[in-house]
Design a protein around this ligand. Sequence first.
Ligand code: PBG
Length: 323
Amino acid sequence: MFPTHRCRRLRKNETIRRMVRQTAVTPDDFIYPLFVTYGKGVRKEISSMPGCWQESVDEAVKNAKEIYSLGIPSIILFGIPEHKDEMGSGAYDDNGVVQNAIKAIKDAVPELYVITDVCMCEYTSHGHCGIIEKGDVNNDKTLGLLAMEAVSHAKAGADMVAPSDMMDGRVAAIRNTLDREGFSETPIMSYAAKYSSAFYGPFREAAESTPQFGDRRSYQMDPANRREALREVALDIEEGADIVMVKPALSYLDVISDVKSTFAIPVAAYSVSGEYSLVKAAGRLGWIDEDRVMLEILTSIKRAGADIILTYFAKDAAKILNG
Ligand code: PBG
Protein backbone atom coordinates (compact mmCIF):
# COMPACT_ATOMS: atom_id res chain seq x y z
CA MET A 1 0.00 0.00 0.00
CA PHE A 2 1.09 3.60 -0.61
CA PRO A 3 3.54 5.03 0.38
CA THR A 4 5.39 1.69 0.80
CA HIS A 5 4.52 0.63 -2.70
CA ARG A 6 5.31 2.99 -5.55
CA CYS A 7 4.86 1.38 -8.97
CA ARG A 8 6.62 4.33 -10.57
CA ARG A 9 9.98 3.16 -9.14
CA LEU A 10 10.24 0.58 -11.90
CA ARG A 11 9.36 3.11 -14.59
CA LYS A 12 12.09 5.59 -13.74
CA ASN A 13 14.25 5.26 -16.85
CA GLU A 14 14.49 3.24 -20.03
CA THR A 15 17.04 0.81 -18.61
CA ILE A 16 14.83 -0.36 -15.75
CA ARG A 17 11.80 -0.32 -18.05
CA ARG A 18 13.68 -2.64 -20.41
CA MET A 19 14.55 -4.95 -17.50
CA VAL A 20 10.94 -5.43 -16.38
CA ARG A 21 9.32 -5.40 -19.82
CA GLN A 22 7.00 -8.39 -20.09
CA THR A 23 6.42 -8.59 -23.85
CA ALA A 24 8.90 -8.36 -26.68
CA VAL A 25 8.07 -8.23 -30.37
CA THR A 26 10.79 -9.32 -32.78
CA PRO A 27 10.89 -9.95 -36.52
CA ASP A 28 11.04 -13.67 -35.61
CA ASP A 29 7.35 -13.39 -34.75
CA PHE A 30 6.26 -12.31 -38.21
CA ILE A 31 4.77 -13.96 -41.24
CA TYR A 32 4.45 -11.54 -44.16
CA PRO A 33 1.57 -12.03 -46.65
CA LEU A 34 2.32 -11.76 -50.38
CA PHE A 35 -0.15 -11.51 -53.27
CA VAL A 36 1.22 -13.25 -56.32
CA THR A 37 -0.27 -12.64 -59.74
CA TYR A 38 0.33 -13.85 -63.30
CA GLY A 39 2.53 -12.09 -65.84
CA LYS A 40 6.04 -10.73 -65.61
CA GLY A 41 7.42 -7.51 -64.18
CA VAL A 42 4.06 -6.75 -62.53
CA ARG A 43 4.13 -4.73 -59.31
CA LYS A 44 0.78 -3.09 -58.74
CA GLU A 45 0.17 -1.30 -55.46
CA ILE A 46 -3.10 -2.17 -53.73
CA SER A 47 -4.87 1.16 -53.36
CA SER A 48 -6.46 0.42 -50.00
CA MET A 49 -3.24 -1.11 -48.65
CA PRO A 50 -0.43 1.33 -49.35
CA GLY A 51 2.93 -0.46 -49.20
CA CYS A 52 1.45 -3.78 -50.37
CA TRP A 53 1.49 -5.05 -53.93
CA GLN A 54 0.09 -7.60 -56.28
CA GLU A 55 3.26 -8.88 -57.87
CA SER A 56 4.27 -11.41 -60.49
CA VAL A 57 6.53 -14.31 -59.57
CA ASP A 58 9.76 -12.57 -60.65
CA GLU A 59 8.92 -9.55 -58.49
CA ALA A 60 7.85 -11.74 -55.57
CA VAL A 61 11.29 -13.37 -55.67
CA LYS A 62 12.96 -9.97 -55.30
CA ASN A 63 10.61 -9.10 -52.47
CA ALA A 64 11.30 -12.46 -50.79
CA LYS A 65 15.02 -11.69 -50.72
CA GLU A 66 14.38 -8.34 -49.08
CA ILE A 67 11.96 -9.88 -46.57
CA TYR A 68 14.47 -12.51 -45.53
CA SER A 69 17.27 -9.97 -45.28
CA LEU A 70 15.14 -7.99 -42.81
CA GLY A 71 15.12 -11.01 -40.49
CA ILE A 72 11.54 -12.02 -41.22
CA PRO A 73 11.55 -15.82 -41.28
CA SER A 74 8.39 -16.54 -43.22
CA ILE A 75 5.86 -15.51 -45.86
CA ILE A 76 2.33 -16.66 -46.65
CA LEU A 77 1.33 -16.73 -50.31
CA PHE A 78 -2.00 -15.79 -51.85
CA GLY A 79 -2.59 -16.30 -55.56
CA ILE A 80 -4.47 -14.27 -58.14
CA PRO A 81 -4.95 -16.60 -61.12
CA GLU A 82 -5.41 -15.47 -64.72
CA HIS A 83 -8.71 -17.36 -65.03
CA LYS A 84 -11.33 -18.19 -62.44
CA ASP A 85 -14.01 -20.87 -62.79
CA GLU A 86 -16.83 -22.53 -60.83
CA MET A 87 -14.55 -25.27 -59.48
CA GLY A 88 -11.60 -22.99 -58.69
CA SER A 89 -9.31 -25.18 -60.78
CA GLY A 90 -6.43 -22.67 -60.58
CA ALA A 91 -6.13 -23.59 -56.90
CA TYR A 92 -4.87 -27.13 -57.51
CA ASP A 93 -3.13 -26.59 -60.87
CA ASP A 94 0.48 -27.79 -60.49
CA ASN A 95 1.41 -24.94 -62.83
CA GLY A 96 -0.70 -22.36 -61.00
CA VAL A 97 0.53 -18.99 -59.89
CA VAL A 98 1.16 -19.98 -56.26
CA GLN A 99 2.83 -23.25 -57.23
CA ASN A 100 5.20 -21.38 -59.56
CA ALA A 101 5.89 -18.76 -56.91
CA ILE A 102 6.76 -21.43 -54.32
CA LYS A 103 9.28 -23.04 -56.67
CA ALA A 104 10.91 -19.75 -57.66
CA ILE A 105 11.09 -18.40 -54.11
CA LYS A 106 12.40 -21.63 -52.56
CA ASP A 107 14.98 -21.73 -55.32
CA ALA A 108 16.16 -18.15 -54.69
CA VAL A 109 15.82 -17.98 -50.89
CA PRO A 110 15.75 -21.57 -49.59
CA GLU A 111 15.83 -20.55 -45.91
CA LEU A 112 12.70 -18.41 -46.17
CA TYR A 113 9.84 -20.50 -44.75
CA VAL A 114 7.07 -20.55 -47.32
CA ILE A 115 3.50 -21.06 -46.13
CA THR A 116 0.54 -21.17 -48.49
CA ASP A 117 -3.02 -20.08 -47.93
CA VAL A 118 -5.26 -23.00 -48.87
CA CYS A 119 -8.67 -21.73 -49.99
CA MET A 120 -10.86 -21.64 -53.07
CA CYS A 121 -12.10 -18.04 -52.94
CA GLU A 122 -9.30 -16.49 -55.00
CA TYR A 123 -9.86 -19.10 -57.73
CA THR A 124 -13.64 -19.42 -58.02
CA SER A 125 -15.65 -17.27 -60.41
CA HIS A 126 -18.28 -16.73 -57.68
CA GLY A 127 -15.66 -15.80 -55.04
CA HIS A 128 -16.86 -18.24 -52.38
CA CYS A 129 -14.49 -20.50 -50.45
CA GLY A 130 -15.84 -23.74 -51.93
CA ILE A 131 -18.15 -25.47 -54.37
CA ILE A 132 -21.58 -23.89 -54.71
CA GLU A 133 -24.72 -26.00 -54.64
CA LYS A 134 -28.22 -24.65 -54.15
CA GLY A 135 -26.87 -21.19 -53.42
CA ASP A 136 -24.55 -22.25 -50.59
CA VAL A 137 -21.08 -23.72 -50.24
CA ASN A 138 -21.23 -27.52 -50.13
CA ASN A 139 -18.92 -28.48 -47.29
CA ASP A 140 -18.11 -32.10 -48.08
CA LYS A 141 -17.60 -31.62 -51.82
CA THR A 142 -15.16 -28.82 -51.10
CA LEU A 143 -12.93 -30.98 -48.87
CA GLY A 144 -11.45 -33.02 -51.70
CA LEU A 145 -10.50 -29.91 -53.65
CA LEU A 146 -8.84 -28.30 -50.62
CA ALA A 147 -6.84 -31.48 -50.06
CA MET A 148 -5.75 -31.46 -53.73
CA GLU A 149 -4.74 -27.82 -53.40
CA ALA A 150 -2.67 -28.54 -50.27
CA VAL A 151 -0.90 -31.47 -51.94
CA SER A 152 -0.20 -29.38 -55.01
CA HIS A 153 1.42 -26.70 -52.80
CA ALA A 154 3.45 -29.30 -50.90
CA LYS A 155 4.63 -30.86 -54.17
CA ALA A 156 5.81 -27.44 -55.34
CA GLY A 157 7.88 -27.16 -52.16
CA ALA A 158 5.70 -25.33 -49.62
CA ASP A 159 7.04 -25.70 -46.07
CA MET A 160 3.58 -25.45 -44.46
CA VAL A 161 -0.04 -25.19 -45.59
CA ALA A 162 -2.68 -22.97 -44.01
CA PRO A 163 -6.36 -23.71 -44.75
CA SER A 164 -8.50 -20.58 -44.41
CA ASP A 165 -11.84 -21.73 -45.83
CA MET A 166 -13.63 -22.69 -42.55
CA MET A 167 -15.15 -25.91 -43.95
CA ASP A 168 -15.81 -28.52 -41.25
CA GLY A 169 -13.40 -31.44 -41.40
CA ARG A 170 -10.88 -29.82 -43.69
CA VAL A 171 -7.88 -30.24 -41.42
CA ALA A 172 -8.47 -34.02 -41.25
CA ALA A 173 -9.06 -34.21 -45.01
CA ILE A 174 -5.86 -32.30 -45.75
CA ARG A 175 -3.83 -34.26 -43.15
CA ASN A 176 -4.97 -37.62 -44.54
CA THR A 177 -4.28 -36.67 -48.13
CA LEU A 178 -0.88 -35.12 -47.39
CA ASP A 179 0.13 -38.25 -45.48
CA ARG A 180 -1.06 -40.55 -48.26
CA GLU A 181 0.88 -38.54 -50.85
CA GLY A 182 4.15 -38.65 -48.90
CA PHE A 183 3.95 -35.30 -47.10
CA SER A 184 3.52 -36.48 -43.53
CA GLU A 185 6.12 -33.93 -42.40
CA THR A 186 4.35 -30.90 -43.84
CA PRO A 187 2.67 -29.04 -40.96
CA ILE A 188 -0.80 -27.52 -41.05
CA MET A 189 -1.52 -24.09 -39.59
CA SER A 190 -5.30 -23.89 -39.49
CA TYR A 191 -7.28 -20.70 -39.56
CA ALA A 192 -9.22 -22.28 -36.70
CA ALA A 193 -11.20 -19.32 -35.32
CA LYS A 194 -11.85 -17.19 -38.36
CA TYR A 195 -14.60 -14.65 -38.00
CA SER A 196 -16.90 -13.23 -40.64
CA SER A 197 -15.34 -9.80 -40.51
CA ALA A 198 -15.65 -6.46 -42.27
CA PHE A 199 -11.94 -6.03 -41.56
CA TYR A 200 -11.22 -8.24 -44.62
CA GLY A 201 -12.47 -5.53 -46.99
CA PRO A 202 -9.13 -4.35 -48.41
CA PHE A 203 -7.87 -7.95 -48.78
CA ARG A 204 -10.74 -8.74 -51.10
CA GLU A 205 -9.57 -5.95 -53.39
CA ALA A 206 -6.00 -7.29 -53.11
CA ALA A 207 -6.93 -10.91 -53.79
CA GLU A 208 -9.89 -10.10 -56.08
CA SER A 209 -11.96 -12.50 -53.98
CA THR A 210 -15.16 -10.61 -53.14
CA PRO A 211 -18.14 -13.02 -53.16
CA GLN A 212 -20.28 -12.35 -56.22
CA PHE A 213 -23.45 -13.07 -54.24
CA GLY A 214 -24.24 -13.33 -50.53
CA ASP A 215 -21.53 -13.32 -47.90
CA ARG A 216 -19.43 -15.77 -45.90
CA ARG A 217 -21.61 -15.94 -42.79
CA SER A 218 -22.66 -19.55 -43.41
CA TYR A 219 -19.08 -20.69 -42.91
CA GLN A 220 -17.10 -18.01 -41.05
CA MET A 221 -17.78 -17.38 -37.36
CA ASP A 222 -20.12 -14.80 -35.86
CA PRO A 223 -18.06 -11.96 -34.33
CA ALA A 224 -20.29 -12.09 -31.27
CA ASN A 225 -19.12 -15.59 -30.29
CA ARG A 226 -16.24 -16.17 -27.88
CA ARG A 227 -16.68 -19.70 -26.50
CA GLU A 228 -17.35 -21.10 -29.97
CA ALA A 229 -13.73 -20.30 -30.85
CA LEU A 230 -12.56 -22.86 -28.30
CA ARG A 231 -14.76 -25.50 -29.90
CA GLU A 232 -13.40 -24.74 -33.37
CA VAL A 233 -9.82 -24.82 -32.09
CA ALA A 234 -10.35 -28.09 -30.16
CA LEU A 235 -11.75 -29.78 -33.27
CA ASP A 236 -8.88 -28.59 -35.46
CA ILE A 237 -6.31 -29.82 -32.95
CA GLU A 238 -8.05 -33.22 -32.84
CA GLU A 239 -7.98 -33.33 -36.62
CA GLY A 240 -4.24 -32.73 -36.65
CA ALA A 241 -3.55 -28.99 -36.78
CA ASP A 242 0.02 -28.11 -35.73
CA ILE A 243 -0.63 -24.39 -35.20
CA VAL A 244 -4.02 -22.72 -34.71
CA MET A 245 -4.87 -19.21 -35.78
CA VAL A 246 -7.27 -16.54 -34.60
CA LYS A 247 -8.37 -14.03 -37.21
CA PRO A 248 -8.73 -11.03 -37.22
CA ALA A 249 -6.37 -10.11 -34.36
CA LEU A 250 -6.99 -6.66 -32.89
CA SER A 251 -10.72 -6.95 -32.26
CA TYR A 252 -10.28 -10.52 -31.03
CA LEU A 253 -7.58 -10.26 -28.35
CA ASP A 254 -9.92 -11.96 -25.86
CA VAL A 255 -10.14 -14.95 -28.19
CA ILE A 256 -6.35 -15.09 -28.63
CA SER A 257 -5.97 -15.03 -24.86
CA ASP A 258 -8.56 -17.79 -24.35
CA VAL A 259 -6.95 -20.05 -26.94
CA LYS A 260 -3.49 -19.48 -25.48
CA SER A 261 -4.55 -20.33 -21.96
CA THR A 262 -6.64 -23.35 -22.94
CA PHE A 263 -4.36 -25.25 -25.34
CA ALA A 264 -0.66 -26.13 -25.35
CA ILE A 265 -0.21 -25.48 -29.06
CA PRO A 266 1.38 -22.51 -30.86
CA VAL A 267 -1.12 -19.72 -31.48
CA ALA A 268 -0.97 -17.51 -34.54
CA ALA A 269 -2.96 -14.30 -34.98
CA TYR A 270 -3.71 -12.68 -38.32
CA SER A 271 -3.67 -8.91 -38.17
CA VAL A 272 -5.80 -8.49 -41.26
CA SER A 273 -5.98 -6.01 -44.10
CA GLY A 274 -8.50 -3.66 -42.48
CA GLU A 275 -6.37 -3.37 -39.36
CA TYR A 276 -3.48 -2.32 -41.56
CA SER A 277 -5.47 0.08 -43.73
CA LEU A 278 -6.96 1.92 -40.75
CA VAL A 279 -3.52 2.68 -39.36
CA LYS A 280 -2.07 3.61 -42.76
CA ALA A 281 -4.97 5.95 -43.52
CA ALA A 282 -4.89 7.72 -40.17
CA GLY A 283 -1.11 7.93 -40.41
CA ARG A 284 -1.32 9.59 -43.82
CA LEU A 285 -3.82 12.10 -42.51
CA GLY A 286 -1.42 12.92 -39.70
CA TRP A 287 -4.02 11.92 -37.12
CA ILE A 288 -1.84 9.33 -35.38
CA ASP A 289 1.84 8.47 -35.09
CA GLU A 290 1.77 5.52 -37.47
CA ASP A 291 4.96 3.81 -36.31
CA ARG A 292 4.11 3.97 -32.63
CA VAL A 293 0.53 2.79 -33.19
CA MET A 294 1.83 -0.07 -35.34
CA LEU A 295 4.27 -1.25 -32.66
CA GLU A 296 1.66 -0.88 -29.93
CA ILE A 297 -0.81 -3.01 -31.88
CA LEU A 298 1.78 -5.71 -32.56
CA THR A 299 2.80 -5.68 -28.89
CA SER A 300 -0.81 -6.03 -27.78
CA ILE A 301 -1.36 -9.02 -30.06
CA LYS A 302 1.75 -10.68 -28.65
CA ARG A 303 0.77 -9.76 -25.08
CA ALA A 304 -2.66 -11.35 -25.58
CA GLY A 305 -0.90 -14.64 -26.30
CA ALA A 306 0.02 -14.88 -29.97
CA ASP A 307 3.28 -16.71 -30.66
CA ILE A 308 3.17 -15.78 -34.33
CA ILE A 309 1.70 -12.70 -36.04
CA LEU A 310 0.69 -12.58 -39.67
CA THR A 311 0.97 -8.91 -40.56
CA TYR A 312 1.30 -6.55 -43.50
CA PHE A 313 3.40 -4.41 -41.15
CA ALA A 314 6.14 -7.05 -40.99
CA LYS A 315 8.61 -5.15 -43.16
CA ASP A 316 7.90 -1.70 -41.65
CA ALA A 317 8.12 -3.09 -38.12
CA ALA A 318 11.26 -5.14 -38.80
CA LYS A 319 13.03 -2.02 -40.09
CA ILE A 320 12.33 -0.26 -36.81
CA LEU A 321 13.00 -3.25 -34.55
CA ASN A 322 16.31 -3.96 -36.29
CA GLY A 323 17.31 -0.42 -35.29
C1 PBG B 1 -9.35 -16.36 -47.85
C2 PBG B 1 -8.75 -15.38 -46.92
C3 PBG B 1 -9.23 -14.12 -46.52
C4 PBG B 1 -8.23 -13.55 -45.75
C5 PBG B 1 -7.20 -14.48 -45.66
N1 PBG B 1 -7.56 -15.62 -46.37
C6 PBG B 1 -10.44 -13.35 -46.89
C7 PBG B 1 -11.78 -13.82 -46.59
O1 PBG B 1 -12.00 -14.83 -45.91
O2 PBG B 1 -12.67 -13.17 -47.09
C8 PBG B 1 -8.28 -12.18 -45.14
C9 PBG B 1 -6.98 -11.54 -44.94
C10 PBG B 1 -7.00 -10.08 -44.71
O3 PBG B 1 -8.05 -9.40 -44.68
O4 PBG B 1 -5.90 -9.55 -44.54
N2 PBG B 1 -10.41 -17.08 -47.41
